[in-house]
Design a protein around this ligand. Structure first.
Ligand code: FMN
Length: 229
């Protein structure tokens, strides 16, 4: 590999655009060099976010069942576990830091899918430390495909802004490319007095985790802070 290739990792914006949920994976294992980079990122996220994010490699049990496929998933041999001490902001922080790791994995050429429901909860809970709660998991590996873009809402659907600078719409667009549970996109951004505010809108599942995910997308692209109300 020449130097140019070595330094051609995609940008965060490119990762945001390229990322789609992938549920069917190839059997190709994740190479050692990538594992150490992913583990380092997981550790950094855990420290920054006061959560316990770690990766299980070559462990198909997390999605195992008597059926060949678990839910609509296939060949999930690696997964990210989002765990930690549960408090008021636990799901929000898991969303934020889980997505940071998702986009890093995408930059390394891997694919992912957030999973709240169709994984083996009993098996995954067995590997948690005492007193830890489980938020959810994220499937990880080389996809059979790169997935497809979801249909989505528009900037006007999910934001209110009077006199917002250009970066506000860029941030909202990045948020619209984010994964949300059942693609619900039940969030609302507002630009007020120079500040960006974010809240959920309506009822749904995993709304707090979704908020953490979209907060990360907005901040990663704009460098601005999003205040969750
Ligand atoms: C918090 C959360 C939970 C999710 N849970 C599941 C799940 O249990 N099963 C599943 O197949 N997909 C799950 N997804 C993936 C979403 O369906 C997917 O992100 C959404 O349809 C948008 O598609 P995209 O990720 O390809 O952009 C989940 C996503 C999020 C953010």
């Amino acid at each position: 590999m020449n130097l140019k290739e070595e330094h051609s990792m995609m940008t965060i914006q490119e990762a945001i655009t390229a990322r789609h949920s992938v549920r069917a994976y190839s059997a190709e294992p994740i190479p050692k060099e990538l594992r150490s980079q992913l583990d380092a990122c997981a550790l950094e996220c855990s420290k920054e976010g006061n959560v316990h994010i770690f990766i299980r490699y070559d462990d198909p049990d997390g999605f195992d069942s008597r059926l060949a496929h678990y839910g609509n998933f296939k060949n999930v041999n690696n997964y990210i576990v989002l765990a930690g001490k549960k408090d008021a902001d636990f799901d929000l922080r898991c969303g934020y830091y889980g997505e940071k790791l998702v986009l890093f994995a995408q930059q390394l050429g891997l694919n992912t899918c957030w999973v709240a429901l169709t994984f083996n909860k009993r098996k995954v809970k067995e590997i948690l430390s005492d007193g830890e709660s489980l938020c959810m998991v994220i499937a990880l590996g080389y996809g059979e495909t790169q997935g497809t873009a979801h249909k989505g809402k528009t900037v006007r659907d999910v934001s209110v802004s009077a006199d917002a600078p250009d970066w506000f719409a860029e941030g909202v667009n990045a948020a619209l490319l984010a994964p949300t549970a059942t693609n619900q996109q039940k969030f609302q951004f507002a630009y007020r007095d120079g500040e960006v505010h974010l809240r959920s809108k309506g009822i749904g599942t995993c709304l707090r985790t979704d908020l953490g995910i979209v907060k990360y997308h907005f901040e990663a692209v704009t460098g601005k802070t999003v205040i969750v109300d």
